[in-house]
Design a protein around this ligand. Structure first.
Ligand code: TRP
Length: 435
């Protein structure tokens, strides 16, 4: 029998497990900081609401209708092999994301180890920064922890996705949320912490430009795991009794909530300790240890925080590796276990390159989120609108037996708004980026 998630909550928890990860806690705040705060937040909400949610629904539709992972989902529904290109492209994107994502996941695990052994306790702001600079600049440390992360992920993916992921996500995700809320409260009550809140909530309209829009779109795709087939694959595990539009809306809301809370936790620290908001990929690692040093039982909270962040990252890495593994299974006719081992070994190669070259790291980060995933999304919505067509899509919306109230809104968005909006943001963004 085909694996499906056991319950509605299970489907939401697993898809949220993929969506919630470093994208929320690590990437969102650092991009928001680079793009100047409140204006970016506004653009992000617009992108998520009008583009992200409809694209996620579309992926769930294709995944559940076909019952297949992204490698063959698109081609099997219309009997045209050319649509396997979405699967090929998606696998490539997963491959490139895994390269830097496993490195950052490795950092979280390493920071968990550092705080457990007290190596972050009692340091002042410049020393904390120095720890991160040394970590990121040392390929050996990066590679060792990346290989540990990849091995753990492979061990889980080799056993099949639904059993392990569903259980882990349901228990640990709520704990992470509680912890983030606690830390955010402590951070906001720091001297000067409120300035951080003002920074992230006050939109400076001069900072709304094509670069910020481009980044916001990319961040929405990255954070929601959409535009490359990850959610198509997860859609194939959703049972017919679930309401797919509802699932997508829940997942997006949870994803947004955690990103928002992460920013609430990080920006007060950034301002209270005089860190630059445009610090870049190190932002969470250089800002948070400062607040832990000022909390009662800070070391315990710090260890727990980095551990749970690692778990959140792990459920996302699992979903990325799952895309690569199902592709290898379908393409080369391998069993899950063999395909997992082969894929895990293959992904360490671009990972090692990223460990040595931060320029490659940044390039993979940007090209996947802002370029490849928006392009993928255009193909996905065109496919849903013009190849599946209104009636089949509506059928999938209402497969659980209830009339859908939002179907018409959804279909209007994917037919007219989503492709045009992506194209506009994309073209302006690319011109801006290259110039
Ligand atoms: N969305 C995850 C995060 O926010 C990362 C992730 C998982 C992802 N699967 C993906 C990103 C697929 C892009 C595509 O951390």
């Amino acid at each position: 029998m085909k694996e499906t998630f056991n319950s509605k909550i299970g489907a939401i928890a697993a898809a949220a497990g993929s969506a919630v990860g470093l994208g929320n806690v690590w990437r969102f705040p650092y991009i928001l900081g680079e793009d100047g705060g409140g204006a970016f937040l506004l653009l992000y909400i617009i992108c998520m609401l009008f583009i992200g949610v409809p694209v996620m629904i579309s992926e769930f539709v294709v995944g559940r209708m076909s019952g297949k992972p992204v490698a063959t989902a698109y081609s099997s529904l219309v009997g045209d092999k050319r649509w396997q290109l979405i699967g090929v492209g998606g696998t490539l994107v997963a491959f490139l994301i895994l390269a830097f994502y496993t490195i950052v996941s490795g950092w979280t695990l390493y920071y968990c180890y550092l705080s457990l052994t007290g190596q972050l306790s009692g340091l002042d702001e410049p020393q904390i920064k120095e720890v991160f600079t040394q970590t990121a600049a040392d390929p050996v440390t990066c590679i060792i922890w990346m290989i540990i992360v990849t091995t753990i992920t492979a061990a889980i993916v080799a056993r099949g996705v639904t059993a392990g992921i569903e259980r882990v996500s349901k228990i640990l995700m709520p704990i992470l949320i509680i912890l983030i809320v606690l830390i955010a409260i402590r951070a906001m009550t720091l001297d000067g912490g409120m300035e951080g809140i003002v920074f992230m909530l006050t939109p400076d309209f001069e900072k709304i430009n094509s670069k910020a829009f481009f980044d916001a779109l990319g961040q929405a795709f990255f954070s929601a795991s959409i535009g490359m087939g990850c959610m198509t694959t997860y859609g194939s595990y959703i049972s017919k009794q679930s309401n797919i539009a509802g699932t997508a809306i829940w997942v997006s809301m949870i994803d947004f909530f955690i990103a928002f809370m992460s920013a609430l936790m990080i920006f007060p620290c950034v301002f209270a300790f005089g860190i630059s908001p445009s610090e870049g990929p190190g932002l969470v690692f250089v800002s948070l240890p400062n607040v832990f040093n000022q909390m009662p039982m800070g070391q315990l909270f710090q260890t727990m925080f980095f551990f749970l962040l690692f778990i959140a990252a792990l459920t996302s890495v699992i979903s990325l590796l799952e895309v690569v593994v199902t592709f290898v299974m379908e393409r080369f006719g391998l069993k899950r276990r063999a395909a997992t081992v082969a894929s895990a070994i293959a992904i360490t190669i671009p990972g090692i390159i990223c460990a040595f070259s931060s320029a490659t790291f940044d390039f993979f980060d940007k090209i996947t989120a802002s370029v490849m995933m928006p392009l993928g999304a255009i193909f996905i919505v065109i496919y849903v609108v013009h190849l599946l067509g209104r009636d089949r899509v509506r059928g999938e919306f209402e497969a659980h037996g209830k009339k859908s109230k939002i179907f018409n809104v959804y279909f209007f968005l994917v037919k007219y708004i989503v492709p045009v909006a992506i194209a506009l943001i994309f073209i302006n963004g690319v011109i801006d980026w290259i110039m």
